[in-house]
Unconditional design. Structure first.
Length: 306
């Protein structure tokens, strides 16, 4: 009796394993399926992601593209996989390609294409990607790669905050936080500033705290790859200071640094704005003097070329 049950279980497991290799199944695998730890990375994991990507799974293409581009330093193949996902309107892939264009990642400083970055960012923003909305807002405010339009930039920044807040309120975690009265609290360390004009104030302008958005699994993978494994992006290269990002520099001085303290650097304005809101506004040493001197301050103003 026991042997017969064992044979039946083995047969069923074999059928389940075979079912899991059918292209249609692989194409529908969810994002959580690819949430692999960097310490568990192997050739078999690489093959599995490749098989899912070949089956048409856009999130697998994005995940493997990011790993190849940044971790394995296979720039061409990684960018191609991200482009494959972007063609299918995968918002994170569109935004990541925008960041690559803004920084000229994988090439020299002269390889930056700001207009291409703005176009990719706009497409991701149209699909509702929060970081892309925030990035596009800052680009419009600063006239970075696009004609300056402060009012329109402000509108995109407000929309990014609104979507971020809506995502928290609609999540189970957010509901429990709200129930415990820990969400949307006032942060006394952020000075209240009177806002004039037709622009709607951003949540972060008034110290409105919400839980940090959950990072994409591939961002956690890259952070672990270059952190827990004891590896570095390379000699003289730095990681993006926003803990939810995981992107490393591909050449020296690729990322922009905080012009106030100079101790942190970011791959994008979106990461800088998020990190400012989450922690850096508390750590930026000369910030009190800087705010007093200029009568303003915050995420919009402290980025400078390295």
């Amino acid at each position: 009796g026991f042997n017969l049950k064992f044979v039946i279980i083995c047969c069923r497991c074999k059928r389940l394993n075979n079912l899991g290799l059918i292209p249609m199944v692989l194409s529908k695998a969810s994002q959580k399926t690819f949430a692999i730890k960097a310490r568990n990375w192997s050739e078999s994991a690489h093959r599995f992601l490749k098989r899912c990507s070949d089956a048409g799974n856009v999130d697998a293409s994005y995940t493997l593209g990011m790993i190849r581009f940044y971790c394995l330093q296979n720039r061409g193949s990684g960018a191609s996989l991200m482009a494959k996902a972007a063609i299918c309107s995968h918002a994170p892939a569109l935004y990541s390609l925008a960041v690559i264009q803004f920084n000229g990642s994988g090439g020299s400083k002269s390889d930056k294409d700001l207009r291409a970055g703005v176009a990719l960012c706009a497409r991701a923003a149209f699909l509702g990607h929060i970081d892309a909305l925030r990035e596009l807002g800052h680009c419009l405010q600063d006239g970075y790669g696009v004609r300056q339009n402060i009012t329109e930039g402000r509108r995109f920044l407000v929309q990014a905050n609104a979507r971020e807040l809506a995502a928290v309120l609609s999540s189970e975690a957010g509901s429990s936080v709200i129930a415990s009265r820990c969400c949307l609290t006032w942060n006394p360390h952020v000075p209240h500033r009177h806002v004039t004009g037709s622009g709607c104030p951003l949540l972060s302008d008034f110290g409105c705290n919400i839980p940090a958005p959950e990072a994409h699994p591939v961002s956690r993978f890259m952070a672990e790859w270059f952190g827990a494994r004891g590896e570095s992006p390379g000699v003289g290269l730095r990681m993006c200071s926003h803990v939810g990002c995981g992107r490393p520099e591909t050449r020296q001085h690729e990322f922009r640094r905080c012009s106030v303290c100079g101790s942190v650097n970011y791959c994008s304005r979106a990461c800088q704005a998020l990190d400012w809101k989450l922690r850096h506004k508390m750590d930026c040493a000369p910030v009190e003097r800087w705010v007093d001197d200029n009568g303003d301050g915050g995420a919009d103003d402290i980025m400078a070329e390295s």
